[in-house]
Ligand binder design. Structure first.
Ligand code: ADP
Ligand code: MG
Ligand code: MG
Length: 927
């Protein structure tokens, strides 16, 4: 089995079973074709050469492995039996397409050759047999074109030019208008061109053609555009592509034939409507390549009602079978429908939510719609029953949303509070098809290379092209937005941009690009490279100039699904917030408390505050220091009051001062003079004091709780502010739950000293105020020693919060601020010029094996002496999906992250809980 290279399918059956029936063996396209065949959907017969064969091909130095030839010949014989036609038959030839198909979809990156099997003799046979010489020669000229460029490496342009020239000569616009004898002439021109460049005749032996095509598909795996795509998409786990050999069906046979691309739902809004484009009398990539403007799928209902009904039935079957929105490719030959591809479709972020919601709550078809298709004989009863019910559970809906979906929901829109509708009208240049929502503002560039070059410099650019091709992906990725003159919603630009959630407008017919002069004309205006434009991808509108963007309104489905997630998760999600404003925002995002309030941020806010802290720092005596601190007290008290009020009873963890003092000192002469005036100290003295504060390794220096160990009066001021604010709230009837957090603890004794001071200050105030005010004192675990001695620390601390930023720095001995210089080489895979030492940046995604070990140890040791210990995380990692899932598994009570990452954490926590549940129930079953 391991050495089996080829799997056949056809006539309702597929050969691949069990382990062979996976994407990693057959590729996405191959498995889709086989599954569709097995469930009774009309698919032309064929066979698939495995991805492992492609791997072998490269191992052998680009040679086909031994034994493959015999297997392929066997598969061809089987195919001949199923189809009743023979490869190379002069009278009624079997024709096939040779198609790529990796485990994951790479739109247009790999090659396809259609109509293989045609030669000078069989093309005549095909013409006679079908009575349609125009069709036969159109197929042949397409085959020669594709084979010459894809398998034999000839440039595409010369033959395209010949085709163009021919149309020009005939005075026709579209390919189908070229008559048979002229197409025949074109084939002769193509073959002559081939011979001139290759020094031999165009291959006439179908098996020779087949080997060439198979190798061409394998080779396309390492073509530059495919490599760029994988780099940009961070695809590192794929080994190669399968080859799909599929019997040809013909959309170019006449006006009863056609070809199209569709989605089972609208991929932009998620709306339950059948969505797509098609072309009459066309073949293959014609729709995607934007050669002619495609027709809307809804028109097919009038053009070819039978085929349309068949397609509607396929839509219902496939959504029920895959329980996902499908992206489909089909061809209609003489009114009969054939499916050529299915895959789970890419969608906009808003659509991701509405589709998941619909799938969990609503059926695809109404009973009437389903019955109609059943009556017409297109939809088997068994599938009709499924199509009138929701296809997934709420849990599955929550499991399906990714953190990217959430992140992209917040993509910007034009800030209409900054520009009036009438102002917008005056700068409007034109409109196109709104392919991918979101807005983007940037400088116009006309080549992918320029987009990459300027993008690297950090400039915002908009890539403007007639159409994009797979070669452009690098530049498309670097651009903030993409605008094309041609193409529909299923064009290359739209599909690729949708995958990234990148603003994209296509099919802007009013756009005229002049690549030579690096300029474009639109709406009567000429815009040169480097000038600003703004795209509104949601409306499809194009404006001149740079505009302010803002966050969009969220779709209703987002709120519903996150509510579901909240009901499923078992850990809390808090936020890191330093101001009342952040706190209010975070509550809107669903935060259930503050896990980290960095008090020092309050010192930077205004000049008055900055001066007060500076005064404290340069103070020479305890007394003057206390005077300065007294100035800070009201600011801090007020801020804490605002935060408590916003959090309305949710717990608030406040960290005492953390950074080294030199971070607050005046940085220029004017600052020093001002401070001198206030304090009466000479500028020299101030300068001297600032220099004194200089440390050679401040990250490991006089910071964190070490500051309060030497300056207890700072702690006293901060605790006073916290407790005074809490008392004020209590008196006003607002619920508060302060958690005072000591940073950078490394020892139980050290913690005990500070806890005692904290309690003394707090309890005194509470007693004076005659209120009951529960509060907690705990610590951050961010020094490895604290994690190692967590059992001791937990005897005193009431809670732990893992500060994984510092913990990562100290465990890895890696400074976060300096690691940028070399970390990329550690993270990049070997293929991309790195070493793959880390799978991810450890400052973004928690190093679960190393730092994670300390976290798990800290939790276990801590709870061993203090079972009630409350535990959370407050590093950046608290908002990263994989890290959140780790925190759930490690047994934390909550995660805390910046406000805009709160929804991501809510979702990840729910997914972790669901995974837990699934693991437990499968364990139960095994017993
Ligand atoms: P891609 O991976 O770029 O989508 P495909 O292998 O799907 O490339 O081929 C592109 C198009 O060629 C298909 O959408 C379909 O229209 C056409 N095609 C491929 N195989 C056949 C076939 N056997 N009969 C008719 N058309 C085909
Ligand atoms: Mg395809
Ligand atoms: Mg820290």
């Amino acid at each position: 089995m391991a050495n089996k290279h080829v799997y056949s399918y056809g006539a309702g059956k597929a050969e691949a079973k069990g382990e062979a029936l996976t994407k990693n063996v057959l590729g996405g396209k191959g498995i889709g074709l086989m599954e569709m065949t097995s469930i009774g959907i009309p698919v032309p017969a064929g066979f698939t050469v495995t991805i492992q064969t492609c791997e072998e091909y490269y191992k052998l130095g680009r040679k086909l492995p031994k034994g493959l030839e015999a297997e392929v010949r066997d598969a061809v014989i089987k195919l001949e039996k199923v189809t009743g036609k023979k490869l190379g038959d002069f009278n009624d030839p079997l024709l096939v397409s040779v198609r790529s198909g990796a485990a994951r979809y790479m739109p247009g990156m790999l090659e396809t050759i259609l109509n293989l099997g045609l030669n000078d003799k069989s093309v005549e046979g095909l013409a006679k047999k079908t009575g349609n010489p125009r069709f036969a020669y159109d197929s042949y000229r397409r085959f020669i074109q594709m084979y010459s460029s894809t398998a034999m490496g000839l440039s595409k342009q010369p033959m395209e030019d010949m085709l163009h020239e021919m149309k020009h000569e005939l005075g026709v616009k579209n390919d189908p208008e070229i008559p048979a004898e002229k197409l025949k002439e074109l084939c002769d021109q193509f073959k002559a061109f081939y011979k001139m460049n290759k020094g031999e005749d165009f291959p006439q032996d179908p098996y020779k053609q087949l080997w060439g095509a198979i190798m061409a598909v394998f080779s396309s795996w390492e073509a530059e555009k495919a490599q760029t795509y994988r780099r940009v998409e961070k695809i590192t786990d794929l080994k190669g592509t399968a080859v799909n050999v599929v019997q040809m069906v013909f959309g170019n046979k006449g006006d009863n034939s056609g070809t199209g691309v569709c989605f089972t739902r609208d991929p932009n809004t998620g709306e339950n409507t059948f969505y797509g484009d098609y072309l009459i009398n066309a073949q293959g990539e014609d729709v995607v390549a934007g050669i002619r403007t495609p027709l809307k799928l809804s028109r097919l209902q009038d053009d070819m009602p039978k085929a349309y009904d068949q397609l509607c039935a396929v839509r219902a079957i496939l959504e029920s079978y895959y329980k996902e929105m499908q992206d489909l490719e089909f061809t209609i030959e003489d009114q009969k429908l054939y499916m050529l591809q299915c895959r789970t479709g890419k969608r906009s972020p808003a659509a991701a939510f509405s589709i998941a919601l619909d799938h969990a709550t609503k059926p695809l078809l109404t009973k009437a719609q389903a019955n109609d298709l059943v009556k017409k004989g297109y939809l088997p009863k068994k599938w009709a029953d499924l199509a009138v019910k929701p296809v997934i559970t709420k849990e599955q809906a929550v499991g399906r949303i990714s953190s990217d979906d959430i992140e992209r929901l917040f993509y910007p829109v034009i800030d209409t509070t900054k520009i009036t509708p009438s102002q917008l009208k005056t700068v409007r240049l034109g409109s196109g098809i709104n392919a991918v929502p979101g807005a983007a503002s940037g400088k116009v560039v006309f080549t992918a290379a320029d987009a990459e070059r300027l993008g690297k410099k950090g400039e915002n650019v908009i890539l403007v092209r007639k159409e994009t091709s797979p070669e452009d992906v690098g530049g498309m990725h670097a651009a903030k937005g993409i605008l094309t003159a041609t193409g529909g919603k299923t064009s290359h630009a739209a599909v690729v941009a949708r995958g990234w959630g990148k603003c994209c407008i296509v099919g802007c017919e009013a756009l005229n690009i002049n690549y030579e002069t690096h300029s474009m004309v639109i709406g009567g205006k000429t815009i040169k490279q480097g000038e600003f434009i703004t795209l509104d991808g949601s409306q499809g509108e194009i404006y001149s100039g740079e505009m302010q963007l803002k966050e969009p309104e969220l779709p209703a489905a987002y709120y519903t699904i996150l509510k579901w997630a909240d009901s499923m998760r078992t850990i809390n999600v808090r936020t890191n917030a330093d101001t009342p404003y952040d706190a209010v925002n975070a509550i809107k995002m669903g935060a259930e408390g503050i896990g980290l309030c960095r008090t020092e941020h309050m010192f930077f806010d205004t000049e008055e505050r900055r001066l007060a802290i500076q005064e404290m720092i340069v103070a020479e005596t305890l007394e003057t220091r206390k005077t300065a601190l007294a100035k800070l007290l009201p600011f801090q008290t007020n801020d804490f009051y605002g935060i408590f009020k916003a959090m309305n009873g949710f717990p608030v963890t406040i960290r005492l001062i953390d950074p080294p003092l030199h971070e607050f000192t005046p940085k220029d002469h004017a600052g020093i003079e001002k401070l001198s005036k206030i304090t009466g100290l000479s500028t020299d003295k101030i300068k001297h004091r600032c220099e004194q504060l200089h440390e050679s390794n401040p990250m490991l220096g006089h910071r964190g709780c070490r500051l309060c160990i030497t300056y207890p009066e700072i702690l006293e001021m901060q605790v006073t502010a916290i407790i005074a604010a809490a008392i004020k709230c209590r008196k006003e009837g607002i619920k508060v739950l302060p958690e005072i957090m000591i940073p950078l603890t490394m020892d139980k004794k050290e913690f005990t000293v500070l806890k005692a001071q904290t309690k003394a200050t707090a309890d005194h105030l509470i007693k004076q105020a005659k209120v009951t005010l529960p509060y907690m004192v705990g610590t951050m675990i961010e020094i490895p020693r604290a994690a190692l001695l967590a059992n001791e620390v937990a005897e005193e601390a009431e809670f732990f919060s893992f500060g994984t930023n510092d913990l990562t720095q100290m465990t890895l001995g890696l400074s976060r601020d300096d690691a940028g210089r070399f970390l990329p080489t550690y993270v990049a895979s070997e293929k991309d010029g790195g070493y793959g030492i880390f799978r991810d940046d450890p400052f973004q995604s928690l190093d679960q094996s190393g730092v994670g070990m300390l976290v798990k140890m800290g939790i276990q040791l801590g709870r061993s002496t203090n079972p009630k210990l409350k535990i959370g995380i407050c590093g950046e990692h608290g908002g990263e999906s994989e890290s959140v899932k780790f925190c759930h598994r490690a047994g934390m009570n909550y995660v805390s992250c910046s406000p805009y990452r709160v929804p991501i954490a809510r979702l990840a926590a729910a997914q972790a809980a669901l995974a837990d549940k699934a693991a437990k129930s499968s364990k139960g079953k095994k017993k």
